[in-house]
Design a protein around this ligand. Sequence first.
Ligand code: NCD
Length: 326
Amino acid sequence: MEHHENDRKIVGLAPSRNLSFYGRDIISVRQFARDDLAYIFGVASEMRSIVRRLGATDLLKGHILANLFYEPSTRTSSSFIAAMARLGGSIIPIHGVQYSSVSKGESLPDTIRTLECYADVIVLRHPEVGASEVAARYASKPIISAGDGVGEHPTQGLLDVFTILSELGRLDGLHVAMVGDLKNGRTVHSLTRLLRLYDVHFSYVSPDILRLPDEVKDEMTEAGRTFEETERVEDVIADADVLYVTRVQKERFADLREYEAVKDYYEITPELMARAKEQMAVMHPLPRVGEIHYDVDDDPRAAYFRQMENGMYIRMALLAAVLGKA
Ligand code: NCD
């Protein structure tokens, strides 16, 4: 297993049950092996049953999470808050950095060094690729990336794989089609990298200008995974076990005319779903802005709301694990 250079920051007595996650940063899904995923999914399943039976636990009582968001978020920020609250911990929410000392010109390292005086773990979303790695270099407490620009979104990748497993009961042997903005969609980058650990065949469906970056494609080839690229969902819909749909990432376009040209490229409709397998899952990291028609929501194969709920269980598992309590 690959370890990040800042792994195991918290020195002292490691608890007996989670030696591999205790004190680790969660920066890129490349740091995980299959065993790590099995472990985190096991803890997430326990968290799901605890929440369903009891609502909450006091596992992280007395612990504090700093939630530092330099980019907009609804699901990721609120699911981390909910996760920490359901574990009995507390939260320092910094979601409008314009109201923090960031607006006075404070650097990321100084903001991180400040928050770790008060918190035990820091969740960071930032518009620059590599920002969470920079933060991790300065921090002595665990940093969990909540998305760095067009780079990665590791906790989303984990919850996506957990969802596929919950929906379909397996990962090996699946055909996963990813649709939309594969160039700028960080959730796509993290998910495809995680799935390279399994015997998965990929279809990358996007307009020409939004193709998956070569760097990610090369990693898939090196891992022995097969894929094809196409512009048409119609080419893959009948064979896909997972249709992972994404929003065209408007905020990443320098020229908004380019965005306008591709923003309505795909729409998953009930008519299209009629051609899909009976047992499959439609997923989306959300927010959606037209890529999935509202009439698809009642289809039992529409997994995106369950996917969102799974995010809280995965984040509960990660918080408990990096703090040595899982
Ligand atoms: C995604 C993100 O922020 O990358 N949202 C999320 O965290 N669920 C996807 C998106 O914004 O399109």
